[in-house]
Design a protein around this ligand. Sequence first.
Ligand code: NDP
Length: 519
Amino acid sequence: MDNNIKNKNSASNSMIRVNTSAQEISQKKCINIEHGDPCSIVIIGATGDLTSRKLVPALFNLYLNGGLPDSFCIVGCGRTKLNDQQFKRKMEKALTEKGIPDDSKWRSFSKFLHYRSVDYENPGSFINLAKFLKKLDQKHITRGNRIFYLALPPSLYEPVAQMLGESGLSEEKENGNGWSRLVIEKPIGRDLKTAVELNQSIQRHFREHQIFRIDHYLAKETVQNILMFRFANAIFEPIWNRRYIDHVSILALETLGVEHRAGYYEQAGVIRDMFQNHLMQILAFTAMEAPSQFETGRVRDEKVKVFRSLRPFPVEKLHEHIVLGQYGPGTINGKRVPGYREEPNIKPDSLTPTFAKMKVFIDNWRWQGIPFYITSGKRLARKITEIVIQFKEVPHSMFRQTLEERIDANQLKLGIYPDEKIILTFQTKNPGARVCLRSATLDFSYHQNYIGPVLDAYEKVLIDCMLGDQMLFWRQDGIEHCWSYLTPILNECESCDNRSKMLQFYESGSWGPLSTNRI
Ligand code: NDP
């Protein structure tokens, strides 16, 4: 692919810039992938699902597209005893299953792959890992820079961060080389207390600038585009407030059920799985003020201000503000599917919610009184992630003598997935002698006029880790503010009294519980 790859050292502006209005420019494929410093990417838990399905395919694609630094190596670690060859074969198999065959490129890429077995609770094991990485620094000229990606169950974040710290692997040199970064996945805690404790324990060994807390939703092009759309256009921002907007809906609907994640999901439920991360981030991008510069600290500050402005949830009036549901059996895409309670490893009397709709208010000047409806659920009729801005109706209809029906208000839809679109609905006259209105749409498809390669979310996440750019990662204060908001809701919904009272059952393949519109 003829990527136009720039090798800049700035960590602050790794955005892909596309000019869709100028066909000529887009034909030249305006993709810039900045290179980070040479580094070793150490994946701890590399025998697991995330590594085979997401991380190694993303790294291989970056390699094919010239997105990795000039010098790098990838070191898989886990308790499983494997040698380099066995690890390489496992990764090759995973890539083949994903349909990414490129034999000659794979052979050259696999030269940078290594495996080291470690015991997560044995300091000696990590001291040996440190020695091994030192050798690899010389072999691959990676200058002592390391990313430690914890592809592990969350219960292991704390002990492994401690092992890395105690073996000296979290230490950084002063001169810019020899940096050390820690990457962790969701979930970060299961409530405010556990999130704070986890952070305190990780921060004994890594400083905030070294910690990359992933939310791969933020690495989706269409989520990043919310900021471009809002702040690179002059015409939307003046109407992006309580005067013109009636309400905002944020939807993340899935057709999939719990799949193979029963153990995790039974403990988590939909609020921990989707709200305390992806949906809160989308809310922040939708509602935040414009930062004075597109710079990591300022963007994160503005997001945190949104979280701090969330109106405390009226837990004494749960029924007016939240709907919880759990899927029963039903039909999706013509196929019968079981209910949640019949899924493997789920308790037959489970009260875990797989659906939630929440009414949220932001107490600030811009959003006072405007409800944000946030909805997410499994086994619903369609897979949709989108933001819908519902504008107010016209203040006075001069057509009311002639037209009987109400005039539908304007609506702006920012499609995140799978429809990567922006759709504006407005009223127009129906052709003909009678005065008659119809709704029309302006419809923009995100990839329109763009034919260059597109970064997958994990490719973007990995590039930003290599660049040290934390803009799209959670900062600890953001996590804590979100947990402070959600923990009382969880406590109330999970209390013995409410657990079964709150839960409404819905048919798989429907749009959720019948009472969804109650709030
Ligand atoms: P896995 O359950 O596949 O575990 C990864 C590896 O961790 C295993 O191969 C195993 O390696 C080790 N491990 C697993 N359980 C234990 C245990 N009880 N004690 C010690 N070691 C254990 O996890 P995933 O790869 O699916 O996910 C990794 C992280 O990424 C998790 O935090 C998950 O929440 C997050 N995540 C995963 C996604 C996915 O698509 N899979 C998506 C988003 C986030 P070994 O035995 O060799 O040590």
